[in-house]
Design a protein around this ligand. Structure first.
Ligand SMILES: Cc1ncc(COP(=O)(O)O)c(C=O)c1O
Length: 428
């Protein structure tokens, strides 16, 4: 029996003081999902500036599959910090960028020769994938999906689906973006080529193999393969956005592998950098090489610190068997969550792939109340979904069995308390 205790000192005085300064210095548009400020972290645990301990089931929104301060990552960073920090790869290159490109080219699904471009964020990588697809096909249009999330820059906002809080007020967006329902059957996609946009105008279809921010939506089996076929038939570049699904989260290195697809271009970020800002476009060499010298890049893309971290992350995933671990963790969550769904009418759905799992509640208010209960009882969680009513787990895959059970127990207590009752709850 575990006693789930309310921590009345969350947020503590130091976090409260920092929140006041934050409110003065940082715009409201940058949201704050928990009221605590971090002082240190390790594995799957965060400690705040008041000494409170939290299990981190958010992982900086899916960026820490290999864990907070993974040992190989921190030692690689220390060593790199003693050598050099920045030269700009376009000015004075260094080996780690090349080595990471080689690693990603080898890891990317399929046998075609690959090349990799490194960037700073998921949105920047998506923008570059679209640029490359347009240049290669000499076509303007891009097809994306309802409930998609591809970033917050202007082009990626055009691809992102959710209006509030992301898009509203930031119009106009770039043109030639067409949105179809996620999971739309192949025949209806062909129909859209008559009613919505001509296929010979379409440069790319961009899709998340499992939608992340949109609510951990898993498409029907075979749909991604059918979409891939549609792309092949019409000479459209198939872009897999693996920013949230990548690096072992779904039980494979990349989620698209579950369907045996070789994407033309694949976008990665988040967990690639092990906590440092890093993103990549990895794709068929023939497509990636289409644009001329100087057309791609940026000052910081593939920064040496981030490259060293990423090489250590890939090593940690492979050596630590994190794909297998993701499958185990996901199975354990599903077992518990399916039992909750029989016990608590509030749960409307349990879904996911590998360790990318979630449950859906009726509305955003109860979802917010549940996550509040959780952080007040030592568990950090983030929500998702177009309607903000999905509770998702993105814990580091190095979480121990005991920590996993502890986190699940807090979620169960939150459901039992109906997110309102603040008394401690005994969990079996
Ligand atoms: C699938 C997907 N694509 C792109 C992005 C944008 O990444 P970033 O926030 O690094 O720009 C995200 C971020 O959540 C994402 O989940």
């Amino acid at each position: 029996m575990r006693s789930i205790q309310l921590n009345t000192s969350i947020p503590g005085p130091r976090s409260r003081a920092l929140a006041d300064r934050r409110a003065q210095a940082v715009p409201r548009g940058v949201s704050q999902l928990t009221p605590v400020f971090v002082s240190r972290s390790e594995g799957a645990v965060i400690e705040d500036v008041d000494g409170n301990r939290f299990l981190d089931f958010a992982g900086g929104i899916g960026c820490l599959n290999a864990g907070h301060r993974a040992p190989g990552v921190t030692s690689a960073l220390h060593a790199q910090a003693d050598r050099f920090l920045h030269t700009c790869f376009m000015v004075t290159p260094y080996e780690s960028y090349v080595r990471l490109a080689e690693r990603l080219n080898a890891l990317a699904p399929g046998g075609a020769p690959k090349k990799t471009l490194l960037l700073n964020s998921g949105a920047e990588a998506v923008e570059n994938a679209i640029k490359i697809a347009r240049a290669y096909t000499r076509r303007p249009a891009v097809i994306c999906f309802e409930d998609a999330f591809h970033g917050r820059t202007l082009l990626t906002l055009a691809l992102t689906s959710k209006t509030h809080p992301y898009k509203a007020g930031f119009e106009p967006f770039p043109s030639e973006i067409y949105r179809l329902p996620f999971g739309l059957p192949e025949g209806e996609i062909e129909d859209a080529f008559h009613k919505v946009v001509a296929p010979e105008s379409v440069a790319a279809i961009i899709v998340e193999p499992v939608q992340g921010e949109g609510g951990f939506n898993v498409p029907p089996a075979g749909w991604l393969a059918a979409l891939h076929q549609v792309c092949r038939k019409h000479g459209i570049v198939f872009i897999a956005d693996e920013v949230q699904t990548g690096f072992a989260r779904t039980g494979r290195m990349f989620a698209i592998e579950h369907e045996g697809i070789e994407p033309d271009l694949m976008v990665t970020a988040k967990s690639l950098g092990g906590g440092l800002p890093l993103a990549a476009v990895t794709g068929k060499a023939e497509i990636m090489d289409h644009t001329g010298p100087g057309s791609l890049g940026g000052t910081f893309g593939g920064n040496p610190m981030a490259c060293e971290a990423a090489l250590a992350v890939i090593e940690a995933i492979e050596q630590g068997g994190l794909c297998e671990r993701a499958a185990q963790l996901g199975a354990r969550f599903r077992e518990r969550a399916l039992a909750w769904s029989r016990q608590f009418a509030a749960i409307r759905d349990v879904r996911g792939l590998g360790a990318m799992q979630a449950f859906e509640l009726a509305d955003a208010e109860s979802t917010k109340a549940l996550t509040k209960y959780c952080y007040e009882h030592g568990l950090i969680l983030v929500t998702a979904g177009t309607y903000g009513n999905v509770v998702r787990i993105l814990m580091p895959l190095v979480v121990t069995d005991e920590q996993m059970e502890e986190g699940l127990d807090v979620m169960e207590a939150a459901l039992k308390a109906a997110c309102l009752d603040r008394t401690p709850v005994e969990v079996a």
